[in-house]
Ligand binder design. Structure first.
Ligand code: NDP
Length: 286
C-alpha cells in the first residue's frame, strides 16, 4: 500500500508579555510564516511576572525555537537565559530570545529594527543625533545608533535622572559622545543636527494629537526625522517634518524590521518585510 510521510510537529515561537492582548506582533509574524510556507507558529502568551521563570522553563521543555519578550519582562528574563548578544548586554534588556544548540541567548532587536529602517535613508556613521526620550525604547535606539558610529547624541528628556542614565550608558559603553538636555521648555533643534528621533511615547494611539514640545520651524530640510511610534504611523511630528521638507521615517518600519530580524534569528529565512508591513498597516488603519 502506498503511503505518504507527514510531519505534524511545527516549530514554535511566541511572545511573553503582560498585558498581551493589544500586541499585534503575532499577526505580523504569522503573515510572514504563511507567505513563506513555513510550518512555524507564533503564540502570543500573557505571562505574569511571577510566572516568567515557569514560562521560560516551559519554552525550553517544548523546545521552542525562541520567543520575544515585551513589557514587563525585558530585564527580568535575563537571569533565565544562557547568554546575551552584544547590544542586549550593553542595554541590559532583551526583547528576542534565540535557541542556539541547547542554549537560549538573549538579543535586542528593537534598536536594530530602528537602524535597519533608518539605514534605508541615511547611514548614521559620523552623524549628529538629537533623540527625544530616555525610556527602554530610547535606550535601545541610542545604543544601536552609537554602535553604528553616530558621532554625537543629544538626549532630550523631561526627567533628568532617566536622561542622565542613558547619557552615562552611551558615554561609558560606546564610542559616541552623548549629552543631556533637560526638556523643561520648548526645544529648538540645533541647526547642525543630521538626525532627529522621537523615542518618547508622545503621539501613540489614542493620544494621536499630542505633540512634542519643540519649535517645528527649527527642523531643516537637511535633517532626517524618525518617529518610533508605530500607531498611527503618520504622527504630527512626521507631518511637521514633511512640511519643513525633511525626509521622514515612521515607526512601522522599526516594528517590521525588528520582526524580520527576529524571524531570521529563529528560522534562518529572510522574510519579506512588505508582507509584514501590509499586515500591520491594515490593522492600524482598519
Ligand atoms: P517608557 O515608558 O520606558 O519611556 C517613555 C519616554 O517617553 C520617557 O522618556 C518619557 O519621559 C517620555 N514621555 C512620555 N510622555 C511624555 C511627555 N508628555 N512629554 C515628554 N516626554 C514624555 O516607554 P518605552 O521607551 O518602552 O516606549 C516608548 C514608545 O516607543 C512607546 O510608545 C512604544 O509604542 C514605542 N516603541 C516602538 C517600537 C517600534 O517597533 N516601533 C518598539 C518599542 C517601543 P520621562 O522619562 O520624562 O517620563
Amino acid at each position: 500500500m502506498a503511503g505518504k510521510a507527514h510531519n505534524f510537529l511545527s516549530e514554535l515561537t511566541g511572545c511573553f508579555a503582560f498585558p498581551a492582548a493589544e500586541n499585534p506582533t503575532v499577526a505580523m509574524i504569522e503573515s510572514a510564516y504563511r507567505h513563506h510556507g513555513l510550518d512555524w507558529r507564533y503564540i502570543n502568551c500573557e505571562i505574569t511576572p511571577a510566572n516568567l521563570p515557569a514560562a521560560v522553563a516551559g519554552a525550553r521543555a517544548m523546545n521552542w525555537a525562541g520567543f520575544n519578550c515585551s513589557l514587563p519582562h525585558k530585564v527580568a528574563v535575563i537571569q533565565h537565559l544562557d547568554g546575551l548578544g552584544e547590544s542586549a548586554e550593553i542595554m541590559g534588556a532583551v526583547n528576542c530570545v534565540v535557541r542556539r544548540g541547547a542554549a537560549y541567548v538573549g538579543e535586542n532587536t528593537d534598536g536594530k529594527g530602528f537602524l535597519a529602517s533608518l539605514s534605508e535613508i541615511v547611514d548614521p556613521a559620523g552623524r549628529r543625533v538629537v533623540m527625544f526620550g530616555a525610556g527602554g525604547a530610547a535606550r535601545a535606539v541610542g545604543v544601536e545608533l552609537a554602535l553604528a558610529g553616530a558621532a554625537a547624541i543629544t538626549v532630550v528628556n523631561r526627567d533628568p535622572a532617566r536622561g542622565r542614565a542613558v547619557v552615562e550608558l552611551l558615554n561609558q559603553k560606546t564610542g559616541a559622545r552623548a549629552d543631556l538636555v533637560t526638556w523643561a521648555a520648548r526645544y529648538r533643534v540645533p541647526e547642525e543636527t543630521d538626525i532627529v528621533v522621537n523615542a518618547t511615547s508622545i503621539g501613540l494611539f489614542p493620544d494621536v494629537n499630542a505633540t512634542l514640545d519643540i519649535d517645528a520651524e527649527t527642523l531643516q530640510p537637511t535633517m532626517v526625522v524618525a518617529d518610533i511610534i508605530p500607531n498611527p504611523p503618520r504622527t504630527r511630528l512626521l507631518a511637521d517634518a514633511e512640511r519643513r521638507g525633511c525626509r521622514t521615517i515612521d515607526g512601522l518600519g522599526m516594528l517590521v524590521n525588528q520582526g524580520v530580524i527576529g524571524v531570521k534569528h529563529w528560522t534562518g529565512v529572510d522574510v519579506d518585510a512588505t508582507v509584514m508591513r501590509k499586515t500591520l498597516a491594515d490593522l492600524f488603519n482598519g
